[in-house]
Design a protein around this ligand. Structure first.
Ligand code: SF4
Ligand code: SF4
Ligand code: FES
Length: 263
């Protein structure tokens, strides 16, 4: 049978992923096999794929439950991020069965055959399933994701009508998991300057906030051939958002705002 050995992305373009260790199989009735990407920056060997067997009768239902079980009971060196286990914090994003998703909201039973788990694609890998998000956070800072006003401070809170508040639906729910950005081909090729779907969705969320008074300045920052216009509407981002958001729509609407202000 042909083995599944894709190119190693993120670590060293020239390197391949080697077959790793196959950990001993357990004895449960509902065994599932996990093939997991391992990379240790301190080790001399290349990245590898390790194989683990989990008895699903003795494990929670989600892929994250299996990863935690592996770490607790089989191999404590397996490294991944997680926090809430509720699809809220965005920490456990990774590539599962070929799709970027949250490990805590991906049921094991939703995947047939071997469950293959990799880091988010095309981002530098720090260790195992943990990717380096420093550049993405710097890009997020660039769009100044906070409320900005120019007038005097109100005595109490800044009010927003229910209708204006509803305008933010579909955008404010973003948890910055970066599943979309990891899956965006334009970001793969131009991620140094293109802001990518997650950051652009966040930018749009502030552009349409009725309380914000710096819309013009925000649009000025985005009017750039690389920061915004590298989006070619390929729509991978929308398919891979675990919160069901539509970054491509936010990007298209931002482009429309830029056109509208010229007329
Ligand atoms: S629609 Fe734009 S942001 Fe989304 S995947 Fe395609 S190029 Fe990337
Ligand atoms: S838009 Fe969706 S996929 Fe992208 S960062 Fe936000 S929640 Fe994650
Ligand atoms: S652990 Fe928080 S989103 Fe998965």
């Amino acid at each position: 049978m042909k083995s599944f050995l894709p190119l190693n992305w993120g670590v060293d373009k020239a390197s391949k992923i080697a077959r790793g260790r196959s950990w001993e199989s357990g004895s449960g009735r509902r065994q599932r096999t996990f093939e997991i990407y391992r990379f240790d920056p301190d080790a001399e060997h290349d990245a590898r794929l390790d194989i683990y067997h989990i008895d699903c009768d003795d494990c929670g239902p989600m892929v994250l439950d299996a990863l935690i079980k592996i770490k607790n009971e089989i191999d404590s060196t397996l490294t991944f991020r997680r926090s809430c286990r509720e699809g809220v914090c965005g920490s456990c994003s990774m590539n599962i069965d070929g799709r970027n998703w949250l490990a805590c909201t991906q049921p094991i039973d939703g995947i047939k055959g071997t469950i293959r788990v990799f880091p988010l694609n095309h981002l530098p890998v720090i260790k195992d399933l943990v990717v380096d998000l420093s550049h993405l956070y710097a890009q997020h800072r660039l769009i100044e994701p906070w409320l900005q006003t120019e007038g005097p401070e109100p005595e109490r809170e800044r009010l927003q009508s229910p209708r204006d508040r509803a305008e933010l639906d579909g955008y404010y729910e973003c948890i910055l998991c970066f599943c979309c950005t990891g899956g965006c081909p334009s970001y793969w090729w131009n991620g140094d300057r293109y802001l990518g779907p997650a950051v652009l969705l966040q930018a749009y969320r502030w552009l349409i906030d009725s309380r914000d008074e710096t819309t013009g300045e925000r649009l000025d920052k985005l009017e750039d051939p690389f920061r915004l216009y590298r989006c070619h509407t390929i729509m991978n981002c929308t398919k891979t958002c675990p919160k069901g958001l539509e970054p491509a729509k936010a990007i298209a609407r931002t482009k429309a705002m830029l056109v509208a202000r010229k007329q």
